[in-house]
Design a protein around this ligand. Sequence first.
Ligand code: TTP
Ligand code: MN
Ligand code: MN
Ligand code: MN
Length: 389
Amino acid sequence: KPTSLNVFKNWRSRYACQRASPLVCVNQALAEELAVLGEARELEGLRVNALAYERAVSLIKSYPYHITQEAYKRDLVKLPGLGSKTMSKIQEFISSGSISESRTTCESERYQSLSLFSKIYGIGPVNARKLYDIGCRGIEDLERYYDVAPGSTIESVEEDLVTPDRKKIPKNKIPDLPIKISLALREDFAIPIPREEVEEMHGVVMHELDLIQPGCVSTIVGGYRRGKPYSNDADIVISHSDIRNGANIIKGLCKRLTQRLHASGVITHVMHLSGFHAHNALRTEHWDSLEKALTVLVLPSKGKEKRLHRRLDLIFASPAAYWTAVVGWSGSKMFERDLRLWAKTEKGMKFDSSGMTRRHDSKLLIPRSEEEVFDCLGLEWVDPTMRNA
Ligand code: TTP
Ligand code: MN
Ligand code: MN
Ligand code: MN
């Protein structure tokens, strides 16, 4: 069904968290063409330039009309945050239907390699460039460099977290564990996960959790919640219904559930388990203090159907942090970035997945619903399916 234009009424707003951003927008081809330039800058370590393009993409995603010369002159020139570089690229797209720099970029070997490498979980732009500089071009080169054959068995867990009796491996001996796992399982990971399968993953996880701790509550977050028909992983935020004692109940539950699912063979690999130590390589701006497990799961087979390895992220929050965790993990990345920026610059508050605090007196605000998170931040409600900024 067509979305009412009224949903998009805030398209002029500076912050992505004030705007409606659908999964697929009216000017999708332009958005994708600009996104290439943003990604290329990011891969080259030009964060500020990348952000300018990412912001432009995000603004275009919220703009409800087809971008023509007329619309450009009437509306785009007045938008905050569209710089002259971006504007000339948009001009070029309006007159020719593509952006020449985006085309050249897509064809360049360097972009193709860096882009491919950075899609491996655990490889960021810095790492990708290092690999390129020592001569790596394709996935086979990475397999050689990291000494992983496709489908090979990788020591599946971090240290003694899941197999307590195993001899403790010093951390510096396995710095590339997530990368090795991602390489070994890349053929499975390349196949996107349909919504029904995300729901099945959620069902299996919550069934097991209920056996060790009844009364838990959960929300599937991430791209699934934003309406993506296919996801790269399943992200689940979990808490407990006991508002008074939930924080104690949740403590340590992430590790217990992960151990249990690993023991029963549902979780095959653990890339990261938080609360103990954090892999610097995996640190992102998103880091929060919640307990989480970044894992790989294989669903029990139905009949003779072979199930694929799937990425599964479990995030545990106390009842007080549940709704900020749900908002903080629903994304998109740009929506989250502007949520934090909005909270800080416009409201004198600090927002992250683990809570909202008023900065002048450090008071922690405890929302009882997702709507209350938006209320506390002085934001109009944005439906999760409109957070694809
Ligand atoms: P992801 O699972 O990495 O991404 P996604 O769910 O949006 O899309 P897909 O899995 O299909 O590729 O992250 C889950 C959410 O966590 C994401 O929607 C936003 C948030 N997040 C950040 O804000 N910053 C980050 O660096 C990461 C990794 C996630
Ligand atoms: Mn990466
Ligand atoms: Mn996800
Ligand atoms: Mn995820």
